[in-house]
Design a protein around this ligand. Sequence first.
Ligand code: SAM
Length: 415
Amino acid sequence: MEKKIEIVRLDHNGRGIGYLEGKITFVPNTLPGEIVEIETIKEKKNLIEAKVKKYVLCSKDRIDVECPYYSYCGGCNLMHLEYKNQLKYKKEKGIDILKRFGGVDIKQDVNILESPHFYYRNKVVLHVKNGKIGLYEEDSHHLVEIEKCMLLHPKINELLTKLKTVNFLNSVEKIMIRVFQNGKDSQIVFYPQENIPKEEIIHSLKNSVTSIYVDNQCIYGNSEICEKIGDRIYSVLPKSFFQVNSIAVQTLYDEVKNYLDPQPTDKVLDLYCGAGTIGLYIAPYVKFVYGIEIVKEAIDSAHKNKELNRISNIQFFVGDTKEVLKKENLMVNKIIVDPPRSGLDSKTKEYLKTLKPEKIVYVSCNPITLARDIKELNHTYQFSKITFVDMFPNTDHVESVCLLVLKTKNMNGCE
Ligand SMILES: C[S@@+](CC[C@H](N)C(=O)[O-])C[C@H]1O[C@@H](n2cnc3c(N)ncnc32)[C@H](O)[C@@H]1O
């Protein structure tokens, strides 16, 4: 039987929502206003997951997608929506999540800062199976062999083409490629499944990249690659986190600086500091910065970055945030947090409530955990403002910078 539904809105994962016989139905690659014939993939007591069989009526916001793998590759999911409407969707999604899960009712105008929407990613992890190289389908280990990806920096696509011609692909399970400074620096890390011919790798790729690793061992060129953000230069080891959109990252860090409003007397804590990037960005404008990060290699990069940028008023600690905060009695008046998608753990939130810095600048790649944390800090900190930054165009993901300020007694209604 033909099942036809009208899409009424998008969910937080970029899927269209319609109703089939009263059941909420999620359909990827659809837009509000569209009428589609669907095929059920999964049916539960109260929901249906489906895919499009035929578009009966298309939205005026739909655009042609040039990527040949779009309908099955798990890399991105909003390429069919015009970019200005992607921004609108992400802004509304962020505001809705803050209201629903954080109890924050935003009255003021909120900005979403854009970025180039194609060829922006500086990093990819490619999978290899039976000598073929590509990306996994969404939520599966089924390989989609690709010639190029429209989100990846052109230099990564060039290296992908080159890798298709080498003889040793069968010995490899996974390949990480990172490209910095618009292609000037590039690094390939091979994760082998068996003995891998290192001499052959070097011979095949030495004219194409500046750094080659096999697992943890640098077998050719520099052990690190460097990226510039504004006036800073950052050296990064393979295991160090680095934001994947080298252009939007400056927009993001400028907004962090703007929200922090750095003063020469400020002492600032940069929690989840990665390779020390944000701390080093703001250090020249404040008295002192402390950075905390759990990955040792990232802290090794942070120390190197301190030297490269000739910045002395910063100190880094390696360890779990909550453990370091417990051990070191760091006295600061402003805090920046940039946690992973899981957000802040409860002990770290307790610490923030005790220390009572005058402001917390919260950088988040997951509005749901941001909303939860704002709610849990709500007794001590007042939500002040938020800016969304589109670090991940053509996907449903959105980054945000949020300012929380210490509540005065008046704000708590105690006086
Ligand atoms: C979203 S990244 C932000 C890094 C950095 N602020 C930047 O802009 O490049 C989150 C960082 O938190 C680190 N991390 C994860 N869990 C942690 C923990 N429990 N304590 C300290 N750092 C942690 C990760 O290794 C990663 O470098």
